[in-house]
Write a protein of this length. Structure first.
Length: 395
């Protein structure tokens, strides 16, 4: 087990009626003038915009509304939010939604406190030194951004999708009422399950091996999400299942499932290029790529894939043929993806195959012209990245 620092400063208020504490939480963290940032009509349909504005009015807290965040949140919206915050003297941002809204809010929070272009933080030209405080009312369990140090934004100029990780952006509080997720479509519920599991899997598939307790936590979370996904497709209004999924989303990306491990987010990095170029759902891109990544890197440490197959996917261990067991685990994961209507290759994702030129562009962007590598389970150079895209394209 490698040395680690575990830092989770976000205050979590979880359960039925949790949203009623929003105004008091904003006051607790010194918010007096709030940007209420949200996506489309779901926040309004759930009554959250009306509820929050009424609570803020009753407490004498000023606010400005900014809706319109889309999946794969855009840099143009972030820049608009920065301008609004500066013009109105905003000192707190409340995100109402899922990971896209929270990430957009975090990026705005960075940009308000920075004299340059906020994209500098995503293009590795600068490191955030300050951030406006952010709180969240979570309505989509998937990204786990409400408890992570991560923020991912898409720059429409060139279709670049990039992340920035810094503890400064961690939410001051996260309000989570599982009832708000009842109305999520089956597809969005499935996407959430994939994203949650992948956040843990990209910590679980580590080149380090001595981490029994962390492994056991990760395995329990992955099994729970897998089982819960099936339950929710049968009964979307199962409160216990919704609560399990929502809490798993936060735990999967607050680093608990990666304590003592060397993280490998290669599949995420490859997927960022796919969704940056084609604007696909992030989780669908992950499921389309993961099997190809897994087969490409498996033999670097086949025992990790055997453990995953047996302890997470319920595969019987063939002690005489670990490679066979590992492959059965990958196949079982892909069956799960299909069971919940998620793609397992690029053709299923896009309805077409990529051209060689598109694969070259994806690999070039992901490796920044072969100047950086991805992953730690197997360190991937540009040629490796291209091969994984090609495998997913031809699967």
């Amino acid at each position: 087990m490698i040395n680690f620092t575990y830092y989770t400063p976000t205050e979590v208020v979880f359960g039925k009626g949790a949203e009623q504490q929003t105004a008091s939480l904003i006051k607790k963290y010194n918010g007096t003038n709030v940007l209420i940032h949200y996506g489309g009509k779901s926040a309004e349909r759930l009554g959250l915009i009306s509820l929050v504005t009424q609570m803020l009015d009753s407490e004498g807290i000023k606010y400005t509304l900014l809706g319109g965040v889309v999946p794969n949140p855009r840099l143009s919206m972030v820049r608009k939010g920065i301008e609004i915050c500066r013009a109105n003297g905003i000192n707190f941002i409340l995100a109402i939604g899922g990971g896209s809204v929270i990430d957009s809010s975090k990026a705005i929070a960075y940009g308000v406190e920075y004299d340059g272009d906020v994209w500098d933080f995503f293009d590795n030209k600068a490191v955030p030194q300050k951030s406006m405080p952010v709180g969240a009312i979570v309505t989509i369990p998937a990204a786990g951004s409400e408890m992570s140090d991560s923020c991912v934004i898409t720059n429409e100029d060139g279709d670049w999708k990039r992340g920035s990780n810094n503890n400064l952006c961690r939410c001051k509080f996260a309000v989570m009422n599982p009832e708000f997720t009842y109305s999520l479509p089956a597809y969005q519920t499935a996407c959430g399950a994939v994203d949650i599991m992948m956040h843990t899997m990209e910590r679980y598939f580590s080149p380090d091996t001595d981490m029994t307790l962390t492994d056991a936590i990760a395995e329990a979370l992955m099994r729970t999400v897998k089982d819960t996904a099936y339950d929710l497709l049968k009964n979307p209004n199962d409160y216990q299942a919704r609560a399990q999924m929502m809490w798993a989303s936060s735990l999967s990306h607050n680093d608990l499932t990666g304590c003592g491990t060397k993280r490998d987010f290669a599949t995420h990095r490859l997927e960022h290029e796919l969704s940056g170029m084609f604007d696909v759902a992030h989780a669908a891109g992950l499921s389309a790529l993961w099997g190809s990544w897994a087969r490409y890197v498996m033999n670097v440490n086949v025992s990790r894939f055997v453990r995953f197959a047996v302890n997470v996917m319920g595969v019987e261990n063939d002690y005489n043929n670990p490679e066979k067991t590992a492959l059965k685990g990958i196949e079982a994961m892909e069956r799960f993806y299909h069971d919940i209507n998620m793609p397992t290759n690029i053709s299923e994702l896009l309805g077409k195959k990529l051209t060689d030129a598109q694969i070259d562009e994806l690999a070039q962007k992901c490796s920044r012209g072969d100047t950086i590598t991805q992953g730690s389970f197997k360190v991937l150079k540009m040629a490796d990245v291209r091969e994984i895209f090609a495998l997913a394209n031809n699967a």
